[in-house]
Design a protein around this ligand. Sequence first.
Ligand SMILES: [Zn+2]
Length: 243
Amino acid sequence: MAVRFFILTCFMQHLKRLANDLVGLLFPNLCNGCGLSLYATEKVICTHCLYDLPYTDFHRYADNRVAKQLWGRLPFEAAMAMLYFKKNTKIQNLIHNLKYKGKTEVGYKLGNLMGDKLAGSELYKGIDYIVPVPLHPKKERARGYNQSNCIADGVAEVLGIPVHKNLLVRKKITETQTRKSRFIRYENMLAVFEVNEPGQVVNKHVLLIDDVITTGATLEACGTALINVGINKLSIAGLAFTQ
Ligand SMILES: [Zn+2]
């Protein structure tokens, strides 16, 4: 009886391994950056892509281009973006997979990377809370997730700092605003964000997390909403920066 059970167990394990191999063959784990097969030791993004991404090193310099873009628009401690956003490159593939293909793990993985950069930066010290830039609730329902939350979770894991996902609330959709001028967009944006339970962040140092920084209007509006409810310090980090 015991022998028969042993043979059956071996057979089942063999079958399971075969099934796993077959799944791997039919649906190989592909890199979200270059689309090539991942080795068993790699996850989400291949080693070559991770090495080859267009890193900015902005976390090392207070006067980097993201910070300069925001100077005079709102008070902040530090601002950075980890990568340069370039069309038709791996970074565009990664962002596309994160935003439109349901690949939340891309945000988490890149968030981990960003956490490593921030942990080693002299400019990002004493942060109390991480706050992701919110999507409009309707848009988040349609997508099923907010990509900035995924990035924030990845950063939070490395830094060991809590994430406040429902602190900022976006009130209306702003898609059509991309055609308007920066000033009008800013005016509209200011009305868009509200702070839920501001008591939680009064006198705290908040790190605001975004996916792709373009004009900085969204960050400016979110940051201003946070400053208006009485946070002590604001720092800013984006995944990528459009040049
Ligand atoms: Zn790759």
